[in-house]
Design a protein around this ligand. Structure first.
Ligand code: PBG
Length: 323
């Protein structure tokens, strides 16, 4: 009978020793909490496919950000539902657009938490695409011009960080230049550098009512099969002045997170997206999995893969479990 000399179990015997040799420590400092704000004044509307998440009126958004702050979450990212949508997505760069009003309201009453805004057009256009459409094609350079307007407008409203998410070529460079020319050279850019055309965004599109009216997003979001392309996208964003990179979604792309982390020196975020959240919630509601252990395992795996920051709808629950 072979008697093992090496016994890895020696370091697993008690809670204390396991704590001492733990290689990945998930912390509330890692979380960015996504929130949906609506022009509607009627409080909170549940998002059916995302149990526990709501479309919030501005007053309730402020309360929610306050709660996140008191749980120690360092940042929120805001998505807006405008009162009216048009071909140009003009609410997104209107001084009195939903995001501008929401950011001003939050900054007036909550401190010690970072307010990040998602910079994109799909929530604001009547056709549901992430920019201007010319001849049935997402017009890259026309979209860039309006993205700069949107970014500067979010900055004027008081956002602390901007997160362009459209996968428009040159978006980081254009926004960086536009911000600098408007006196916002201190504004950090968190770039959705590597964003796949994913089925996992389905519940989010219910949440912000942003499904494309026709077609899909495959001419700008990436093919899930590609990883060399991810390195190229990240390299371009680094060159164009991104301060933090993001990979999205997270779970089906842990290898991509690892590759980007190894190649680039910037802090890296990963987006634990709506569909990933909904699957956990649905299985937990059926009693098929234990929500707490599965959620913490998922978040730990995203961090272990190489993410420094995690955008997650589980942020409040996880913050409570970790405290
Ligand atoms: C675009 C945007 C999307 C998400 C974040 N920003 C949707 C899309 O690209 O279709 C998805 C986030 C999620 O699924 O949780 N504004």
């Amino acid at each position: 009978m072979f008697t093992p000399f090496n016994r890895p179990r020696r370091l697993r015997g008690t809670t204390e020793i396991r704590r001492m040799v733990r290689e990945t420590n998930l912390s509330v400092d890692d979380f960015i909490y996504p929130l949906f704000v609506t022009y509607r004044k009627d409080g909170k509307t549940p998002i059916a496919s995302m149990p526990g998440q709501f479309q919030l009126s501005i007053d309730l958004l402020v309360a929610e950000v306050q709660e996140a702050q008191s749980l120690g979450i360092p940042a929120v990212i805001l998505f807006g539902l405008p009162e009216s949508k048009d071909a140009m997505g003009s609410d997104s760069y209107d001084e009195n657009g939903i995001i501008q009003k929401a950011v001003r309201a939050v900054k007036e009453s909550v401190s010690d938490i970072l307010v990040i805004t998602d910079v994109c057009f799909c929530e604001y256009t009547d056709h549901g695409h992430c920019g201007m459409i010319t001849d049935n094609y997402l017009d890259n350079d026309a979209t860039l011009e309006l993205l700069v307007r949107q970014a500067v407008s979010h900055a004027r409203a008081g956002a602390d960080m901007l997160a362009p998410s459209g996968m428009i070529d040159g978006m980081v460079g254009a926004i960086r230049e536009g911000l600098d020319e408007s006196g916002f050279e201190k504004m950090p850019i968190l770039s959705y550098a590597v964003k796949y055309a994913s089925g996992f965004y389905g519940p989010f599109r219910d949440a912000v009512e942003s499904s494309p009216q026709s077609g899909d997003r495959k001419t700008h979001q990436m093919d899930p099969a590609n990883v060399a392309e991810a390195l190229k996208e990240a390299a371009l964003d680094v060159e164009e002045g991104a301060d933090i990179l993001m990979v999205k979604p997270a779970l089906s792309y842990l290898d991509v997170i690892r590759r980007i982390k190894e190649r680039f020196e910037l802090p890296l975020a990963a987006y634990n997206v709506s569909g990933e959240y909904s699957m956990v919630k649905a299985a937990a509601a059926n009693g098929w999995i234990d929500e707490r252990s599965v959620t913490l395992e998922i978040l730990t795996s995203i961090k272990r893969a190489g993410a420094d920051l995690i955008l997650t709808y589980h942020a409040k629950d996880a913050a409570k479990w970790l405290s």
